[in-house]
Design a protein around this ligand. Sequence first.
Ligand code: DC
Length: 225
Amino acid sequence: MGHFNIAIDGPAGAGKSTIAKLAASKLGFVYIDTGAMYRAMALHFLRLGIKAEDERAVAEACRDVDITIRYEDGAQQVILNGENVSGLIRTEAVGNMASASSGYISVREKLVKLQKQLAKRENVVMDGRDIGTCVLPDAPVKIYLTASVKVRAMRRYKELQEKGKASSLNVIEQDIEDRDYRDMHREHSPLKQAEDAILVDSSQMTVDEVANAIINLARERGLGD
Ligand code: DC
């Protein structure tokens, strides 16, 4: 028997991870953050001193790297060659390297394979950019979660303010537009809505409303039957 999997894709800052985590916890599913895997891979390249433009070096470095995940108190931990790097992957430098290196087929092949294996083992809510289109094409529930650039920029701005980091709303908006463009126009597995995905615009919705909409959809699609 296959498992019941939920795929959530969408641009940066749409609230995917918050919503996926909440929906998973309400359903008793495992949450899988695939962005964290691309970030761990990026940290590996940075540590080796590899330049983002050097596709050959990236491909070589992919060959013997080992990325796995495990859970501590329900939170996903990413393990890079045996080391828990979860606390090291949320930096600007790692984010930029992840954005650039996730365009390479060598990186995607490795991580997509791992993600498919994980989804075979149990019920998961998985979020990323290519989950509905590539990783879990047969998932009974696929969500394409988005929000306007203005709303996403404002959320990011508030997040940074809470951390005591100064920032300009205009710069954040521009960053989001640039990253959307890169994610949607890369050659391999660009970010796009799967044909059978449901579009959810979270601009005017609370986190709870979105999570509940996903759960209702899962029940409509046969979860619990
Ligand atoms: O969601 P995030 O910011 O943690 O993702 C980090 C980078 O990885 C982001 O630039 C897009 C890329 N990514 C991807 O290409 N495919 C995924 N399934 C998840 C993330």
